[in-house]
Design a binder for this molecule. Structure first.
Ligand code: PT1
Length: 293
Protein backbone atom coordinates (compact mmCIF):
# COMPACT_ATOMS: atom_id res chain seq x y z
CA UNK A 1 0.00 0.00 0.00
CA UNK A 2 1.51 3.29 -1.06
CA UNK A 3 -0.05 6.70 -0.83
CA UNK A 4 1.55 7.83 -4.03
CA UNK A 5 0.45 4.85 -6.08
CA UNK A 6 -2.01 7.16 -7.83
CA UNK A 7 0.56 9.93 -8.42
CA UNK A 8 2.84 10.06 -11.43
CA UNK A 9 5.63 11.35 -9.13
CA UNK A 10 5.91 11.58 -5.33
CA UNK A 11 8.28 14.56 -5.71
CA UNK A 12 6.68 17.85 -6.66
CA UNK A 13 9.11 20.37 -8.16
CA UNK A 14 8.32 23.79 -6.65
CA UNK A 15 10.77 26.17 -8.30
CA UNK A 16 14.17 25.48 -6.70
CA UNK A 17 12.67 23.20 -4.03
CA UNK A 18 11.33 19.66 -4.10
CA UNK A 19 8.27 18.76 -2.06
CA UNK A 20 7.98 15.11 -1.02
CA UNK A 21 4.38 13.96 -1.36
CA UNK A 22 5.05 10.32 -0.49
CA UNK A 23 3.51 11.23 2.89
CA UNK A 24 0.93 13.97 3.51
CA UNK A 25 2.26 17.49 4.08
CA UNK A 26 0.99 20.43 6.13
CA UNK A 27 0.65 23.89 4.58
CA UNK A 28 0.47 26.80 7.04
CA UNK A 29 -1.98 29.60 6.29
CA UNK A 30 -0.44 33.07 6.49
CA UNK A 31 -3.03 35.73 5.69
CA UNK A 32 -1.56 39.18 5.17
CA UNK A 33 -5.00 40.77 5.02
CA UNK A 34 -6.88 43.00 7.45
CA UNK A 35 -10.04 40.87 7.14
CA UNK A 36 -9.55 37.08 6.97
CA UNK A 37 -12.21 34.96 8.64
CA UNK A 38 -10.44 33.54 11.67
CA UNK A 39 -7.09 35.33 11.84
CA UNK A 40 -7.87 38.63 10.14
CA UNK A 41 -5.48 41.45 10.86
CA UNK A 42 -2.97 39.32 12.76
CA UNK A 43 -0.25 40.24 10.28
CA UNK A 44 -1.76 43.45 8.94
CA UNK A 45 -2.30 46.79 10.69
CA UNK A 46 -2.35 49.64 8.20
CA UNK A 47 0.24 47.59 6.28
CA UNK A 48 1.88 44.17 6.49
CA UNK A 49 3.70 43.43 9.78
CA UNK A 50 6.73 41.78 8.20
CA UNK A 51 8.65 40.93 11.37
CA UNK A 52 5.57 39.28 12.83
CA UNK A 53 5.03 37.27 9.66
CA UNK A 54 8.63 36.05 9.72
CA UNK A 55 8.36 34.97 13.36
CA UNK A 56 5.21 33.00 12.47
CA UNK A 57 6.93 31.38 9.48
CA UNK A 58 9.81 30.30 11.70
CA UNK A 59 7.34 28.86 14.20
CA UNK A 60 5.30 26.86 11.66
CA UNK A 61 8.46 25.51 10.02
CA UNK A 62 9.68 24.29 13.42
CA UNK A 63 6.26 22.73 13.99
CA UNK A 64 6.55 20.69 10.82
CA UNK A 65 4.83 22.68 8.07
CA UNK A 66 6.63 22.18 4.76
CA UNK A 67 4.70 24.86 2.88
CA UNK A 68 3.40 28.31 3.74
CA UNK A 69 0.46 29.80 1.84
CA UNK A 70 0.65 33.58 1.56
CA UNK A 71 -2.64 35.33 0.83
CA UNK A 72 -3.29 39.03 0.30
CA UNK A 73 -6.94 38.78 -0.69
CA UNK A 74 -9.53 37.35 1.68
CA UNK A 75 -11.75 34.81 -0.10
CA UNK A 76 -13.92 33.86 2.87
CA UNK A 77 -17.69 34.06 2.25
CA UNK A 78 -18.78 37.69 1.93
CA UNK A 79 -15.26 39.06 1.34
CA UNK A 80 -14.89 41.94 -1.12
CA UNK A 81 -12.24 42.09 -3.86
CA UNK A 82 -8.97 43.96 -3.35
CA UNK A 83 -7.05 45.88 -6.04
CA UNK A 84 -4.16 44.08 -7.72
CA UNK A 85 -1.86 46.91 -6.58
CA UNK A 86 -2.88 46.46 -2.93
CA UNK A 87 -2.64 42.67 -3.17
CA UNK A 88 0.88 42.86 -4.63
CA UNK A 89 1.95 45.38 -1.98
CA UNK A 90 0.83 42.96 0.72
CA UNK A 91 2.15 39.69 -0.71
CA UNK A 92 5.34 40.38 -2.66
CA UNK A 93 7.57 41.79 0.12
CA UNK A 94 6.52 38.84 2.28
CA UNK A 95 7.40 36.30 -0.42
CA UNK A 96 10.81 37.94 -0.94
CA UNK A 97 11.61 38.02 2.78
CA UNK A 98 10.56 34.39 3.38
CA UNK A 99 12.48 33.14 0.32
CA UNK A 100 15.63 34.84 1.59
CA UNK A 101 15.45 33.36 5.07
CA UNK A 102 13.64 30.00 5.05
CA UNK A 103 13.90 26.64 3.37
CA UNK A 104 10.16 26.18 2.84
CA UNK A 105 7.91 26.02 -0.19
CA UNK A 106 6.13 29.35 -0.58
CA UNK A 107 2.66 29.10 -2.08
CA UNK A 108 0.95 32.31 -3.20
CA UNK A 109 -2.83 32.39 -2.79
CA UNK A 110 -3.67 34.64 -5.73
CA UNK A 111 -5.78 34.94 -8.87
CA UNK A 112 -3.84 37.90 -10.27
CA UNK A 113 -1.47 37.25 -13.20
CA UNK A 114 0.96 40.01 -12.20
CA UNK A 115 1.21 38.73 -8.61
CA UNK A 116 1.89 35.20 -9.93
CA UNK A 117 4.69 36.37 -12.20
CA UNK A 118 6.36 38.66 -9.67
CA UNK A 119 6.04 36.18 -6.80
CA UNK A 120 7.67 33.47 -8.93
CA UNK A 121 10.63 35.77 -9.64
CA UNK A 122 10.98 36.49 -5.89
CA UNK A 123 11.15 32.80 -4.97
CA UNK A 124 7.60 31.47 -4.67
CA UNK A 125 7.27 27.74 -5.29
CA UNK A 126 3.57 27.22 -5.98
CA UNK A 127 0.51 29.09 -7.25
CA UNK A 128 -2.70 28.50 -5.31
CA UNK A 129 -5.58 30.00 -7.27
CA UNK A 130 -9.11 29.68 -5.85
CA UNK A 131 -10.31 30.79 -9.31
CA UNK A 132 -8.36 28.01 -11.08
CA UNK A 133 -6.55 30.40 -13.49
CA UNK A 134 -9.81 31.77 -14.91
CA UNK A 135 -8.87 35.47 -14.74
CA UNK A 136 -7.79 37.10 -17.99
CA UNK A 137 -4.08 36.37 -18.45
CA UNK A 138 -3.78 34.09 -15.42
CA UNK A 139 -3.37 30.83 -17.36
CA UNK A 140 -0.49 32.08 -19.51
CA UNK A 141 1.15 33.91 -16.57
CA UNK A 142 1.04 30.79 -14.40
CA UNK A 143 2.31 28.56 -17.21
CA UNK A 144 5.20 30.96 -17.88
CA UNK A 145 6.17 30.97 -14.18
CA UNK A 146 7.17 27.31 -14.41
CA UNK A 147 5.57 26.68 -10.99
CA UNK A 148 2.99 24.05 -10.11
CA UNK A 149 -0.58 25.26 -9.67
CA UNK A 150 -3.41 24.25 -7.36
CA UNK A 151 -6.71 24.36 -9.25
CA UNK A 152 -9.65 24.93 -6.89
CA UNK A 153 -13.38 24.78 -7.54
CA UNK A 154 -15.50 27.77 -6.57
CA UNK A 155 -19.07 28.52 -7.63
CA UNK A 156 -19.48 32.27 -8.04
CA UNK A 157 -17.37 34.87 -6.25
CA UNK A 158 -16.64 35.20 -2.50
CA UNK A 159 -18.98 38.19 -1.98
CA UNK A 160 -22.04 36.18 -3.09
CA UNK A 161 -21.09 32.47 -3.35
CA UNK A 162 -23.00 31.38 -0.23
CA UNK A 163 -26.36 32.70 -1.49
CA UNK A 164 -28.27 29.44 -2.04
CA UNK A 165 -25.72 27.43 -4.02
CA UNK A 166 -27.43 24.68 -6.05
CA UNK A 167 -26.05 21.67 -7.90
CA UNK A 168 -27.65 18.82 -9.79
CA UNK A 169 -24.78 16.58 -8.69
CA UNK A 170 -22.07 18.26 -6.65
CA UNK A 171 -19.38 15.62 -7.30
CA UNK A 172 -20.03 15.54 -11.05
CA UNK A 173 -20.04 19.32 -11.34
CA UNK A 174 -16.86 19.83 -9.31
CA UNK A 175 -14.94 16.97 -10.95
CA UNK A 176 -16.04 18.03 -14.46
CA UNK A 177 -14.94 21.58 -13.71
CA UNK A 178 -11.54 20.40 -12.48
CA UNK A 179 -11.16 18.12 -15.51
CA UNK A 180 -11.89 21.07 -17.79
CA UNK A 181 -9.30 23.24 -16.00
CA UNK A 182 -6.73 20.41 -16.21
CA UNK A 183 -7.27 20.29 -19.98
CA UNK A 184 -6.88 24.07 -20.21
CA UNK A 185 -3.60 23.86 -18.24
CA UNK A 186 -2.22 21.09 -20.44
CA UNK A 187 -3.15 23.09 -23.54
CA UNK A 188 -1.35 26.14 -22.08
CA UNK A 189 1.88 24.19 -21.60
CA UNK A 190 1.68 22.84 -18.05
CA UNK A 191 2.90 19.30 -17.63
CA UNK A 192 0.79 16.75 -15.80
CA UNK A 193 3.08 16.72 -12.77
CA UNK A 194 2.61 20.48 -12.17
CA UNK A 195 -1.10 20.25 -11.35
CA UNK A 196 -2.81 19.84 -7.96
CA UNK A 197 -6.54 19.70 -7.33
CA UNK A 198 -8.81 21.10 -4.60
CA UNK A 199 -12.61 20.65 -4.43
CA UNK A 200 -12.89 24.03 -2.65
CA UNK A 201 -14.59 23.45 0.68
CA UNK A 202 -16.89 26.33 1.61
CA UNK A 203 -16.73 28.01 -1.79
CA UNK A 204 -20.35 28.17 -3.02
CA UNK A 205 -21.46 25.02 -1.21
CA UNK A 206 -23.98 24.14 1.50
CA UNK A 207 -22.95 22.00 4.47
CA UNK A 208 -24.48 18.95 2.76
CA UNK A 209 -22.49 19.69 -0.42
CA UNK A 210 -19.27 20.09 1.57
CA UNK A 211 -19.71 16.79 3.37
CA UNK A 212 -20.61 14.94 0.19
CA UNK A 213 -17.40 16.26 -1.38
CA UNK A 214 -15.42 15.20 1.68
CA UNK A 215 -16.90 11.69 1.47
CA UNK A 216 -15.86 11.59 -2.20
CA UNK A 217 -12.22 12.63 -1.60
CA UNK A 218 -11.02 9.14 -2.61
CA UNK A 219 -12.72 9.67 -5.98
CA UNK A 220 -10.95 13.02 -6.41
CA UNK A 221 -7.65 11.35 -5.47
CA UNK A 222 -8.32 8.74 -8.17
CA UNK A 223 -8.15 11.52 -10.79
CA UNK A 224 -4.37 11.05 -10.46
CA UNK A 225 -3.24 14.46 -9.17
CA UNK A 226 -2.10 15.48 -5.68
CA UNK A 227 -5.04 16.74 -3.60
CA UNK A 228 -4.85 19.88 -1.49
CA UNK A 229 -7.72 20.67 0.88
CA UNK A 230 -8.65 23.41 3.31
CA UNK A 231 -11.31 22.80 5.93
CA UNK A 232 -9.47 24.43 8.87
CA UNK A 233 -11.91 26.37 11.11
CA UNK A 234 -14.48 26.64 8.31
CA UNK A 235 -18.22 27.09 8.82
CA UNK A 236 -18.94 23.50 7.67
CA UNK A 237 -17.32 22.46 10.99
CA UNK A 238 -19.36 25.02 12.91
CA UNK A 239 -22.52 23.71 11.26
CA UNK A 240 -21.94 20.23 12.71
CA UNK A 241 -20.37 21.05 16.10
CA UNK A 242 -22.25 24.26 16.87
CA UNK A 243 -18.96 25.92 17.72
CA UNK A 244 -17.77 29.45 16.93
CA UNK A 245 -14.74 29.90 14.69
CA UNK A 246 -12.23 30.25 17.55
CA UNK A 247 -13.50 26.98 19.08
CA UNK A 248 -12.98 24.73 16.04
CA UNK A 249 -9.49 23.37 16.73
CA UNK A 250 -10.58 19.82 17.62
CA UNK A 251 -12.99 19.68 14.69
CA UNK A 252 -10.30 20.90 12.30
CA UNK A 253 -7.75 18.36 13.50
CA UNK A 254 -10.20 15.44 13.28
CA UNK A 255 -11.11 16.44 9.74
CA UNK A 256 -7.43 16.67 8.81
CA UNK A 257 -6.91 13.07 9.94
CA UNK A 258 -9.98 11.92 8.02
CA UNK A 259 -8.77 13.77 4.93
CA UNK A 260 -5.45 11.91 5.07
CA UNK A 261 -7.34 8.64 5.39
CA UNK A 262 -9.22 9.60 2.21
CA UNK A 263 -6.08 10.23 0.15
CA UNK A 264 -5.30 13.95 0.60
CA UNK A 265 -1.67 15.02 0.08
CA UNK A 266 -1.58 18.60 1.38
CA UNK A 267 -3.61 20.08 4.26
CA UNK A 268 -4.03 23.87 4.34
CA UNK A 269 -4.40 24.73 8.04
CA UNK A 270 -4.17 27.40 10.72
CA UNK A 271 -3.17 25.08 13.59
CA UNK A 272 0.05 23.51 12.40
CA UNK A 273 1.37 21.84 15.55
CA UNK A 274 -1.83 19.93 16.27
CA UNK A 275 -2.40 19.03 12.61
CA UNK A 276 1.13 17.65 12.25
CA UNK A 277 0.40 15.21 15.12
CA UNK A 278 -2.89 14.18 13.51
CA UNK A 279 -1.20 13.65 10.14
CA UNK A 280 1.53 11.51 11.75
CA UNK A 281 -1.10 9.31 13.38
CA UNK A 282 -3.29 9.03 10.31
CA UNK A 283 -0.19 8.19 8.27
CA UNK A 284 0.91 5.52 10.77
CA UNK A 285 -2.52 3.90 10.56
CA UNK A 286 -2.65 4.11 6.80
CA UNK A 287 0.83 2.99 5.80
CA UNK A 288 2.92 0.13 7.04
CA UNK A 289 6.07 2.24 7.25
CA UNK A 290 5.47 5.17 9.60
CA UNK A 291 7.71 7.98 10.83
CA UNK A 292 9.11 6.11 13.81
CA UNK A 293 9.93 2.89 12.07
C1 PT1 B 1 -9.01 26.39 0.24
C2 PT1 B 1 -8.87 27.78 0.57
C3 PT1 B 1 -7.87 28.51 -0.14
N1 PT1 B 1 -9.65 28.42 1.48
C4 PT1 B 1 -7.29 26.58 -1.33
N2 PT1 B 1 -7.09 27.88 -1.08
C5 PT1 B 1 -9.48 29.73 1.72
N3 PT1 B 1 -6.52 25.96 -2.26
C6 PT1 B 1 -8.50 30.44 1.02
C7 PT1 B 1 -16.12 29.15 5.68
O1 PT1 B 1 -17.04 28.48 5.20
O2 PT1 B 1 -9.92 25.63 0.83
N4 PT1 B 1 -8.23 25.84 -0.68
N5 PT1 B 1 -7.71 29.84 0.11
C8 PT1 B 1 -10.37 30.43 2.73
N6 PT1 B 1 -11.73 30.48 2.27
C9 PT1 B 1 -12.83 30.23 3.11
C10 PT1 B 1 -13.97 29.62 2.57
C11 PT1 B 1 -12.77 30.50 4.46
C12 PT1 B 1 -15.04 29.28 3.40
C13 PT1 B 1 -13.83 30.19 5.30
C14 PT1 B 1 -14.98 29.56 4.78
O3 PT1 B 1 -16.05 29.47 6.87
Amino acid sequence: MNLTASLSSPQLRCGVRLLDLSTPQVMAIINVTPDSFSDGGQFHAGGVLLEKVLRRVEEVCEQGATLVDIGGESTRPGALPVSVQEEGDRVLPVVAAIAERFDTVISVDTSSPSVMVEAAVLGAGMINDVRALSRLGAMSAAAASGLPVCLMHMKGEPDSMQRQPEYESIFDEVSNFLQERISACLAAGFSKDQILLDPGFGFGKTTAHNFELFRRLPDFAAMGFPLLVGVSRKSMLGAITGRAVEERLAASVVMAAMAVERGVHILRVHDVKETVDAVKLATAVKFEKSNNG
